[in-house]
Design a protein around this ligand. Structure first.
Ligand SMILES: N[C@@H](CCC(=O)N[C@@H](CS)C(=O)NCC(=O)O)C(=O)O
Length: 354
């Protein structure tokens, strides 16, 4: 719920104009005016962003309290757009099961927590989804020593114990998918995915399952490239991950969406943190409009400063910079994946900035 402001309006309710009578009645009415999310955020002075805090390469809370990862960087990007200062973010670590309640209760302004865009979450839960920032898909991870490999299939999990975290698409997909191939599994559901990893390492589960990126990230973190297999080669589901905000909040949706699109467009034109100041905006009017350098900028009509998206690129980077910094170290690369730019055969595509 947004904070509400009680505004006392002096309503000249009844101006009696009948005949020549000079009676003027005044009524004071209390009208509840809801602040927009942008007003709430700017009045507060920082953005409240909901993340996982323990999702490898997506949002990891560090010892000093800072949060790193691609999801965290998109929180920083929205703060850079709104405040011209990426650091104006307060992160809230949320489990998968509590994330949508926290968003609808107004505990966070924005949720960027490896959250899959699904029809029910979009239509039933009071959420709207921004552009996908990572195209993922669900896989499983097991031990090579148990006879599993990258070419194992869902049928091979018959009789096995599978761990995952609650409140996810993961638990639904695996239940449905195993059923479809006639595999009987024991599904062990825990609150947060790191607990599933602990059970897997302790031998209490034969398999863990979640978004493929999470499995790749955890395998890299545990240095088990040669011991743990991720399968099936083609994921069992589509998991488009991206920002989520409350429904019916068009201005805030536009701000978040165009923050993401600005990083895509800058990637398309090769505008980086390093060259954003020296880039030839005359030669690329679209980038000029988007960064507020040329005429025709549209950021001010969105309630932002003209240079809002310049600040995003300057302070956080374009999509490729954000992706590469966070995901390459765990072995996730864009080349040949859906996360490549549309000009390279991928799905990363933004509408034109005009
Ligand atoms: N994308 C799925 C799964 C999200 C999910 O919970 N992913 C795990 C694996 S990356 C995670 O966030 N783990 C960290 C945690 O539980 O805090 C969804 O939206 O339901």
């Amino acid at each position: 719920m947004n904070k509400k402001t009680i505004v006392s309006l002096l309503v000249l309710a009844l101006v009696a104009v009948a005949c020549a009578a000079e009676t003027t009645e005044e009524a004071v009415e209390e009208v509840v005016v809801e602040k927009t999310t942008l007003e709430t955020v700017t009045d507060r002075g920082f953005l409240k962003c909901g993340v996982s805090g323990s999702a490898v390469a997506f949002s990891e809370t560090q010892a000093d309290g800072s949060v790193t990862g691609i999801d965290a960087d998109y929180c920083y990007a929205v703060a850079a757009a709104v405040f011209g200062d990426y650091s104006k973010v307060e992160f809230t670590a949320l489990t998968a099961a509590e994330r949508f309640t926290a968003l609808s209760a107004g505990e966070v302004d924005l949720l960027i927590r490896n959250t899959t865009w699904t029809q029910s979450r979009d239509t039933d839960l009071g959420n709207d989804f921004g552009p996908t920032t990572y195209y993922d898909g669900q896989q499983l991870m097991g031990r090579n020593s148990d006879g599993l490999s990258g070419s194992s299939t869902l049928a091979d999990i018959d009789g096995l114990r599978v761990c995952t975290n609650a409140g996810t698409t993961t638990e639904k997909n695996i239940t449905e998918g195993a059923g479809l191939v006639g595999a009987t599994i024991e599904l062990v559901t825990v609150e947060a995915f790191p607990e599933a990893m602990e059970k897997f390492k302790a031998g209490e589960c034969d398999l863990v399952t979640t978004d493929g990126s999470g499995l790749v990230g955890n395998r890299a973190k545990e240095d088990k490239m040669n011991d743990w297999a991720i399968f099936p080669a083609t994921p069992i589901s589509k998991e488009p991950l991206g920002p989520v905000y409350r429904s019916n909040d068009s201005q805030w949706a536009d701000i978040v969406n165009w923050t993401v699109y600005a990083t895509f467009i800058a990637d398309e034109y090769g505008v980086t943190r390093a060259n954003v100041d020296s880039f030839d905006y005359e030669a690329n009017p679209e980038m000029g409009r988007l960064t507020g350098k040329n005429d025709g900028e549209l950021q001010t009509s969105m309630g932002l400063s003209a240079d809002a998206y310049y600040n995003v690129i300057k302070q956080v980077g374009n999509y490729d910079e954000i992706y590469s910094k966070n995901l390459n170290p765990v072995g996730l690369y864009r080349e040949g994946s859906a996360n490549a730019l549309w000009t390279d055969g991928g799905l990363i595509y933004a509408p034109p900035a005009r």
